[in-house]
Design a binder for this molecule. Structure first.
Ligand SMILES: [Zn+2]
Length: 542
């Protein structure tokens, strides 16, 4: 028996090619059956129909988050949060860790995430000795918000066999005191290796996916592009948990890892799969490396030195030849290529590789990507256009890190995540939160794309502000396009999958400052209601 939902008297933002806004939409089973006026849609009514009067509220295509780390977000939820209001000082953090130690078995990890040395009152990381004072019977790791730096205790250093004689790993640094002893602070690859050692069990990963997926549907996210986590087994867990409905969203899984992505990429290049293989729930995404550091660290790799330090050009992980050796054969085999590239020097490196791949082995519609593409100078955008490259910028970062960008990158901050330039150049940029780096609420991202406001209220690059409908397109249709799914999702058009969300009001009539607090009251994936806000006077009854 077919099941019908008729949504009437609403504000249906279709995100079709003409950006049409209509009043009503009909869903039949898992597909959109009709889009039009309320009168037209009511003609579909029969004994199997549920009619929902939207009373002016907005319906949007489900949000497509083009770059976040679901496993990482979920495992953070199982750990101590440094972003919690109650953590203002290092001593607050130590208290929280002590509490966690009470119900953690001896020898098991105590993990904290989201630490920000610039925001904590002490203005520094906890020392090894401070963490030892929490417990010498548990390994402890405190991870910085950017996930490129961590502070650990002596137990953790012992587990990783790090002492004064251990050399720095390539692309990483074990911070040392004058006597050569590790201080407990680990940077970049040294952090990544420790992060791998502090790994989670399969059952913890399943719990993490379940929690994260639930949080994401509450904010209207119906598809995610996972930007990698803990390696090969993580990709397998994502596939399994999506197929078993532990994860409700459609998943487009990038291939790589936070630690040693190269070996994960190599593994999958030898398997009999490629980008876009899979089904409507789970698909393999692009192969992904890290080319440079984090925008807030600040450790991005730049062509000109930082404004805050004329000797600093940031950190980079690879030589040009290395990435070409890996990515050009991947391109030949049908993989989409991408990398974390934040600084202009890193973007330049990836574009050079893509240009070579496309020239040597021309391929229809390869849709190579650049994750973040932070300092995207005009010459780099031109090259993106020429190669049909899709960037995944993070406007929500301005809301958290905008002031640091101005301090470290000076005028270049205005050209970061240049959404207006992308629109003018016809580049289908797909905006993303990089959660857990920042808030995954897509309405927060949309607000930041429109305002580009920093925590202190500075506007970072006024010319790059964009309009509401353009921002919505960047987190719906463009995300579908970046994952070869634009014929199935990303807009409200007849024949597409019924991935829809209902907001608690009209977004077109809302004041800009209201946008982040607008609520999603209902989320539908493939014609099934996967989330419904519960309150006393059920506004949307299904
Ligand atoms: Zn990321």
């Amino acid at each position: 028996m077919t099941k019908k939902f008729l949504f009437t008297n609403g504000e249906v933002i279709t995100v079709n090619s003409k950006n049409e806004i209509v009043n009503a939409v009909a869903v039949e089973d898992n597909r959109i059956a009709a889009v039009g006026s309320t009168d037209e849609i009511l003609k579909w009514k029969d004994g199997n129909s549920t009619v929902i009067d939207l009373d002016g509220r907005t319906i949007l295509p489900g949000f497509i988050e083009s770059h976040l780390h679901i496993t990482l977000y979920g495992t953070n939820e199982l750990s101590v949060s440094c972003k919690d209001e109650s953590v203002q000082t290092i001593s607050d953090l130590l208290e929280k860790l002590k509490e966690k130690a009470k119900d953690t078995l001896k020898g098991e990890w105590i993990r904290a995430w989201g630490f920000n040395d610039q925001k904590i009152e002490d203005g520094r990381f906890p020392t090894k000795e401070e963490l030892d004072s929490v417990s010498d019977e548990h390994p402890i790791i405190v991870v910085r918000a950017c996930n490129h730096i961590s502070a650990v205790n002596s137990y953790a250093l012992q587990l990783a066999s790090i002492d004064k004689n251990t050399p720095d790993p390539e692309g990483g640094k074990i911070v040392r005191r004058d006597n050569g002893e590790p201080s407990g602070l680990l940077l970049e690859n040294a952090h990544m290796q420790m992060f791998q050692i502090a790994g989670f069990t399969r059952e913890e990963i399943r719990q993490a996916h379940s929690i994260a997926s639930e949080h994401f549907v509450q904010k209207g996210i119906t598809s995610i592009h996972d930007a990698t986590g803990y390696g090969i087994s993580n990709v397998e867990a994502l596939k399994e948990d999506t197929e078993n409905d532990v994860i409700k969203q459609r998943v487009y899984a990038m291939i790589g890892a936070l630690n040693d992505p190269e070996s994960v990429v190599k593994h999958f290049l030898d398997c009999d799969v490629k980008t876009n293989d899979g089904n409507d729930r789970f698909k393999y995404g692009p192969v992904k490396l890290f080319l440079d550091g984090s925008s807030s660290g600040p450790t991005v790799w730049t062509r000109e030195p930082y404004d805050s330090d004329p000797t600093n050009y940031g950190i980079h992980y690879h030589q040009q030849e290395e990435i070409e050796k890996l990515f050009i054969p991947a391109h030949q085999k049908g993989w989409q290529i991408t990398s974390h590239a934040q600084g202009d020097a890193a973007i330049d490196m990836l574009l050079t590789c893509i240009e070579k791949a496309n020239k040597l082995y021309p391929r229809e519609d390869a849709r190579h990507r650049i994750e973040h593409a932070g300092i995207a100078q005009k010459d780099l955008i031109e090259r993106m256009v020429n190669e049909g490259v899709i960037p995944t910028p993070n406007p929500a970062f301005f809301f958290e890190y905008g002031d640091g960008y101005i301090k470290n990158y000076g005028d270049r901050a205005k050209q970061m995540y240049p959404l207006n330039c992308y629109i003018q150049a016809g580049v289908p940029a797909a905006i993303a939160s990089d959660c857990p780096v920042t808030d995954f609420n897509p309405l927060r991202g949309i607000h930041s794309a429109i305002t580009r406001i920093s925590p202190t209220g500075a506007v970072v690059g006024e010319k790059e502000r964009i309009g509401l409908l353009d921002a919505i397109r960047m987190i719906t249709w463009n995300g579908a396009y970046a994952s070869f799914s634009e014929n199935e999702t990303g807009s409200i058009e007849v024949g597409k999958r019924a991935d829809l969300i209902i907001l608690d009001r009209s977004i077109l009539n809302a004041k800009t400052d209201e946008i982040p607090s607008i609520k999603v009251v209902c989320t539908m994936i493939d014609g099934e209601v996967v989330y419904e806000e519960k309150h006393e006077n059920e506004a949307v009854k299904m």
